[in-house]
Design a protein around this ligand. Structure first.
Ligand SMILES: Cc1cc2nc3c(=O)[nH]c(=O)nc-3n(C[C@H](O)[C@H](O)[C@H](O)COP(=O)(O)OP(=O)(O)OC[C@H]3O[C@@H](n4cnc5c(N)ncnc54)[C@H](O)[C@@H]3O)c2cc1C
Ligand code: FES
Length: 271
């Protein structure tokens, strides 16, 4: 049974920058005191709102749950705007409000060959996926990224499973990455494997297009903009296809935060 979500105040344990050699510090692991949830599923997320947001920013920011251990909860984030910029000023003992665990996680099929496709920060939920998987020898990962590899939490993944990385520095690298994804998808579709993808929308759209013809079983984790995170504001909706399981909702918008963020690729339309 899925752990019910709750809202709690957690304490910052530390904030560790990644990619020390990058020109500016934009990648961080945020370690918080452990919430009192019984369990969580990789692919689920939290809404985080530091006390320092004050009245200026009423909403939290959605971050994937990277890992939860007996003593702590870890999220990994990249600075992209005002909220994440402000989060870089968090210090040990600061308080943050956390809603979670939210949404649906990725499918886990222990005996099925499973391909993890990550683009950029889309790698974050796969840290937990690999750590919690009962048979990690059935997993492999393909990771495309723009920043140096040391900016991402790859160590905790490649110590458990084979990880192929491709860095995009010139336009030709992207073509190469797409070609590699296409080859891997064909390989996994042929053995009725499972494919899980997380990353920016253009990356997910490419994966969705490449898998449409192959008949592969694919789940996509969306990073739609979110405000409330709990289904109330309709700010995060995604349109469904005729494959959506609830007949009355086919072709209709559904909330990404409560019905996702993980969806079967054939059940949603990506703009
Ligand atoms: C389910 C989910 C999981 C995510 N997991 C991670 C993660 O593990 N690590 C990570 O670095 N980022 C993750 N993101 C993206 C992250 O939420 C955004 O980068 C962040 O909200 C940007 O906030 P900002 O204030 O810095 O940017 P601004 O652009 O100033 O934000 C303004 C508003 O837009 C929303 N917003 C902006 N960009 C996004 C976005 N890409 N996705 C969702 N909301 C957005 C914010 O919540 C805020 O309400 C995730 C997004 C979703 C939906
Ligand atoms: S973020 Fe408010 S409904 Fe999804």
């Amino acid at each position: 049974m899925m752990t019910p979500s709750s809202c709690c105040e957690l304490t910052v344990l530390d904030l560790v920058p990644f990619g020390q050699h990058a020109t500016d510090r934009r990648f961080f692991a945020l370690r918080l005191s452990r919430p009192d949830w019984e369990d969580w599923t990789p692919g689920q997320f939290v809404m985080i709102r530091p006390a320092s947001f004050g009245l200026e920013k009423p909403w939290g920011r959605p971050l994937g749950i990277c890992l939860m251990r007996p003593q702590h909860l870890i999220c990994f984030f990249q600075v992209v705007g005002r909220g994440t910029e402000q989060m870089t000023r968090l210090k040990p003992k600061d308080k943050v409000t956390v809603w979670g665990p939210l949404g649906n996680g990725f499918a886990v099929e222990p005996d099925t060959p499973t391909l993890l496709l990550a683009g950029g920060m889309g790698i974050a939920p796969f840290v937990g996926y690999v750590a919690k998987h009962p048979k990690p020898w059935n997993l492999t990962m393909l990771f495309g990224h723009r920043e140096p590899l040391e900016c991402y939490p790859v160590d905790s993944i490649n110590e458990h499973i084979p990880l192929d990385t491709l860095r995009e520095t010139v336009p030709g690298d992207l073509d190469n990455f797409i070609y590699t994804i296409q080859e891997r998808i064909a390989e996994y579709a042929a053995q009725n494997g499972l494919i899980l993808a997380c990353g920016p929308q253009p990356f997910l759209r490419t994966v969705q297009n490449l898998t449409r013809e192959s008949g592969a079983r694919v789940q996509l984790s969306l990073e739609n903009k979110m405000a409330c995170g709990v289904g109330g504001c309709l700010g995060c909706v995604v349109k469904t296809t005729k494959a959506w399981p609830v007949k009355a909702k086919r072709g209709q918008p559904v909330q990404c935060c409560t019905q996702g963020p993980v969806f079967w690729a054939d059940q949603i339309v990506l703009d």
